[in-house]
Design a protein around this ligand. Structure first.
Ligand SMILES: Nc1nc2c(c(=O)[nH]1)N[C@H]1C(S)=C(S)[C@@H](COP(=O)(O)OP(=O)(O)OC[C@H]3O[C@@H](n4cnc5c(=O)[nH]c(N)nc54)[C@H](O)[C@@H]3O)O[C@H]1N2
Ligand SMILES: Nc1nc2c(c(=O)[nH]1)N[C@H]1C(S)=C(S)[C@@H](COP(=O)(O)OP(=O)(O)OC[C@H]3O[C@@H](n4cnc5c(=O)[nH]c(N)nc54)[C@H](O)[C@@H]3O)O[C@H]1N2
Ligand SMILES: [Mo]
Length: 911
């Protein structure tokens, strides 16, 4: 501790604290512009707004960067300091637009007013022209004071490296890339700069009035969580007149105030004219035509609006008739990973006790099902062993089959910061990505060859004795079997198969094994494969043999996809598992839940997503309830999936829009979106977080929770849940994982990690320090592969088609294609090809391409992607006009029951 005097008082500074921080803590406000006291922002001391006087020093000092010395005497409010600060503001004000055009809400204006600086005696410089080229943000550099905060926001916080300060001296200016208009630059639209700008030179367009001025921010800011991905960024909705006007990042454990383009600018889908406002019932005799899925608005005329009473009666009774007439196994439900934990819990309870079947699943099946299968088998738990923020403590970060800069952009900022700090980054992926720029090692291997690659790494580690024998002896079984299995996988033996030479495989294996702390992050490239479980097994084995789990900076982290896929899975939205992953065929576990529910549960595991669709196609499943999923876009082999959905006797869809799935429904129930409801969600880091309603749903839209309860009552259950907190309380009884986490605690703290040892203890970030949650506490190494390969290219279909996502769009596009900014950035489908392939096809980027597989054909514009290897084409699955899943192969991984979305054989032609 350093003792010094501040304005006549004795104060103490902890190591690392500056004069400014201590003053702030002591309740003394010192003006600041270029300094943003938020995580990730380094003080820079360039704007001079925070000058203070230090006894014995000739010049005033910038308090935001000056560390106090023992015995120092600081005066923050001396006449000299205050005069100097006023002069700083007056000089800066000279170049600003008049009060008319200034952002009166920005820190600059607020400080200037407090200091009484309203006019400047200095002459202004030339006025830069405003730049409105970006769909989401307005740049008015006349208000810029060149404080550099936006540059630090872009380069040091989000690590996007777009903004710089160009030119020198008085001419210094903020530049996007090489002085490009913001909209033409490589800006990814995260809005961090806008959030940081202290003057209003950078503003979200959404807050500007017709004259381009910003009104005073709305008084109401509602603290909640982002509805998009599993990162679970905490955010604040600023609400005016019942509308979300602006979204700001809040300091949550997984985002530290950061957001991405979707979380900041992707909310106007809530008020899009397509939003369903009243229940719809299919008009008698109006045929269900799978062709309606190509443009659901065509199906609108086949529905009539109905009252809630009629719609619920129709929806519930249709299911009841099937249950009572044909039997419970003819029914199935798809719950949602986009809703709350409470909704997911009630949904599975409804299917299990109201329908009487375990045919309940959700998008986790298309997502990390293979990872979870392998994790449960290997270490007894399907959740992450460490949060992705643990990359801060890692020496080596291994990212395989994931594209975090696009799909988990805020998690990516932590990776990028860790690399800037000195961590080694290894990226293994068939397709190049943004992260490659900062990677130490890149293994760009052939699609589908994960098992060969990872087994080769295991081969190197075990044959060179680089594993951690003490860890294995104490905590892991199966080493001998694994050693024997990988003996055949010398890198030299599989290098052709992998498409990566032996040497880098050996190098990466050694790096990983020798690293004092290595953390593995993986995504869909591992799991969405017909041998996804084997892929994950090999990855888990790698971590276990090297002891890279259970310690600081180590761990296994499958990056979870949907905002609540972790929570929905925990809550039991899985056909073979009850809440907390108790197997449905475990009689004791079933008895516990049966006692809690006062109901009996079918002991037979239910069917999974793709199996349910297949059963519907055969006529074995006759009725379905689909809430917050869009299988008519997200399932593989859509021609079959859509035909199967159309064949159902009764389909109830509960969604925000008339989706491709809803186009085949008998009853469509209009539901609340995330910013319209209260509820909890669980992110990739096992953080249970509180979501709060910010706006009212439109029209007659009802809360999802209330709709599920009403459906349950139509099916004969006497449910009375009136508020999510009642559901949470019951859930906590069914789920020991929620011990010490209560609704009230979440209201207070916003986020609590499970497992959590006491009502006042923080949860455990890193788990399995000394044992795994298996029967004997030991982990199991399971040898992987060789398994049946996916549909590989051949003479007729010589390309590999891989599918996935883009930064701006969410899955099947229902929300993001109706969000103005996101739609403006990525308005239409494109298929990406390697430059060489485009050339060979004789097509310029943008030219039309036809992609055909054994399932179907789509056509769309082409895009050049130098990151793609030749022979591989990439199609996102967000666009109905070129629906990727018309092409994909429905074959499943035998254990995870997940389809191989990442790989099938395709023909690619100009078209
Ligand atoms: N912008 C945006 N973000 C999202 C989503 C979204 O729709 N849009 N969806 C969310 C959801 S639910 C999920 S699950 C996550 C998914 O996030 P990611 O896991 O990052 O998903 P993908 O981009 O589908 O695929 C990941 C990577 O797998 C690679 N890959 C392809 N084939 C193979 C292979 O054979 N082996 C290996 N190892 N890699 C391969 C691809 O090149 C790609 O880089 O994103 C979440 N975040
Ligand atoms: N080809 C290909 N296919 C894939 C993948 C791939 O990589 N390639 N990835 C797979 C993966 S990982 C996933 S997770 C799935 C995702 O598949 P889906 O879950 O089917 O996709 P979404 O578009 O997220 O569908 C969510 C639906 O919920 C609605 N919705 C949103 N919020 C709410 C709410 O609060 N209440 C209600 N009632 N409805 C709401 C939306 O409008 C939308 O219709 O797709 C899978 N399909
Ligand atoms: Mo997912």
């Amino acid at each position: 501790m350093t003792r010094f005097t501040l304005d006549g008082r004795d104060v103490e500074a902890a190591p690392g604290e500056t004069i400014w921080t201590v003053a702030q803590r002591e309740g003394t406000d010192i003006p600041h512009l270029c300094h943003l006291p938020k995580p990730g922002y380094r003080p820079d001391g360039n704007c001079r707004a925070c000058l203070v006087e230090v006894e014995g020093e000739r010049t005033l000092v910038a308090s935001c960067i000056r560390a106090p010395r023992e015995g120092m005497v600081v005066r923050s409010a001396s006449t000299r300091a205050e005069t100097a600060r006023r002069m700083v503001f007056e000089l800066l004000l000279a170049d600003m637009p008049g009060p008319e055009g200034r952002d009166a809400t920005a820190p600059f204006a607020r400080w200037a007013a407090r200091l009484g600086v309203t006019r400047s005696r200095f002459a202004p410089d030339a006025r830069p022209v405003p730049d409105h080229s970006h769909p989401a943000m307005a740049v008015a550099l006349d208000a810029c004071i060149a404080c550099g905060l936006c540059e630090r926001a872009c380069r040091e916080v989000q690590h996007n490296d777009v903004i710089g300060l160009a030119r020198r001296g008085a001419a210094v200016t903020v530049a996007f890339d090489l002085l490009d208009p913001m909209g033409a630059s490589s800006c990814v639209g995260c809005g961090e700069c806008v959030q940081a700008c202290p003057t209003g030179a950078l503003l979200p367009k959404g807050v500007l009035d017709e004259r381009g001025h910003r009104a005073a921010p709305p008084a109401r800011e509602v603290a909640s969580v982002c509805p998009y991905c599993g990162v679970g960024c905490q955010l604040g909705y600023r609400v005016r007149d019942g509308r979300i006007e602006e979204v700001v990042g809040r300091d949550g454990p997984s985002n530290h105030g950061r957001l991405c383009v979707k979380g900041r600018f992707g909310f106007d889908f809530l008020t899009h004219p397509d939003r369903l406002a009243r229940p719809l019932i299919r008009i008698d005799g109006a045929a269900k035509d799978p062709a309606d899925c190509t443009d659901p608005s065509r199906a609108r005329g086949k529905f009539r609006e109905a009252s809630w009473g009629e719609a619920l009666a129709r929806a519930g009774d249709g299911l009841r008739v099937i249950r009572d007439g044909i039997g419970p196994q003819a029914l199935a439900g798809f719950g949602s990973a986009k809703g709350s934990n409470e909704e997911a819990y009630l949904f599975q309870k409804l299917v299990r006790t109201g329908f009487g079947t375990n045919n309940v699943d959700h998008c986790t099946r298309l997502c990390h099902a293979a990872s979870v299968t392998a994790l449960l088998e290997g270490i007894g738990s399907g959740a992450v062993t460490a949060p992705f923020t643990a990359v801060e403590d890692a020496d080596l970060i291994f990212v395989i089959g994931a594209r975090p800069t696009e799909n988990h952009p805020v998690a990516a900022t932590f990776i990028k910061q860790a690399v800037a700090r000195g961590a080694t980054l290894v990226v293994a992926d068939p397709r190049g990505s943004e992260l490659d720029r900062i990677a130490t090692e890149i293994l760009r291997f052939r699609p589908g060859e994960d098992v060969a690659l990872l087994n080769a790494m295991l081969h190197v580690i075990l044959s060179e004795n680089l594993h951690d024998p003490a860890f294995v002896a104490a905590r892991v079984d199966g080493l001998d079997g694994l050693r024997a299995h990988v003996a055949a996988y010398a890198p030299e033996a599989v290098e052709v198969q992998c498409g990566v030479p032996a040497e880098p495989i050996r190098r990466v294996a050694r790096l990983y094994a020798r690293s004092p702390a290595a953390l593995t992050l993986w995504g869909m490239g591992i799991s969405q494969s017909v041998h996804g479980t084997d892929n994950a097994r090999a990855l888990i084995a790698l971590s276990l043999v090297c002891g890279q789990v259970g310690r600081r900076g180590t761990g296994l982290h499958p990056l979870r996809g949907q905002n609540n896929v972790q929570g929905a899975s925990d809550a039991g939205l899985i056909p073979m598992m009850l809440p907390d992953y108790h197997r449905i065929d475990d009689a004791a576990a079933r008895a516990t839940i049966e006692a809690l529910w006062g109901a009996t549960i079918d002991p037979k595991p239910g069917l999974t997503v793709v199996e349910i669709i297949a059963a519907a196609g055969r006529g074995d499943i006759r009725g379905m309830y689909v809430m917050g999923e869009n299988p008519a876009m997200s399932d593989p082999d859509l021609a079959h999936a859509r035909a199967a959905l159309a064949r159902l006797d009764h389909l109830v869809v509960q969604d925000l829009f008339l989706t491709e799935t809803a186009a085949l429904a008998d009853v469509v129930l209009p539901a609340s979106a995330w910013p319209e409801k209260d509820g909890t969600v669980t992110n990739s880091n096992r953080q249970v977080q509180m979501g709060r309603a910010a706006v009212a749903p439109p029209g007659e839209v009802r809360q999802d929770l209330a709709i599920i309860v009403a459906m349950a009552r139509r099916l004969g259950l006497d449910w009375t849940y009136a508020h999510p907190r009642e559901v949470f309380a019951e859930m906590a009884q069914a789920m020991p994982s929620l011990a010490n986490i209560t609704w009230d605690r979440l209201l207070r703290e916003n986020s609590v990690t499970y497992p959590c040892a006491a009502p006042d203890a923080p949860g455990e970030d890193i788990v399995f320090h000394d044992h795994f949650p298996t029967r004997d506490g030991r982990a199991l190494l399971v040898p992987a592969g060789p398994s049946d390969p996916a549909e590989m290219p051949d003479a007729a279909y010589p390309f590999v088609l891989t599918t996935g996502r883009e930064l701006e769009h969410w899955h099947t596009g229902t929300m993001t294609r109706r969000a103005g900014v996101l739609d403006a950035i990525e308005p239409s489908a494109t298929v990406s090809l390697a430059p060489g392939d485009l050339r060979r096809l004789g097509i310029l980027p943008g030219g039309w391409i036809r992609v055909t597989t054994r399932r179907g054909t789509v056509q769309c514009a082409s895009r050049e992607d130098p990151g793609l290897p030749e022979g591989v084409v990439f199609l996102p699955f967000a666009f109905r006009e070129a629906a990727a899943n018309l092409l994909t192969d429905p074959r499943l991984d035998p254990e995870g029951r997940i389809p191989g979305f990442k790989l099938c054989a395709a023909r690619v032609e100009p078209g």
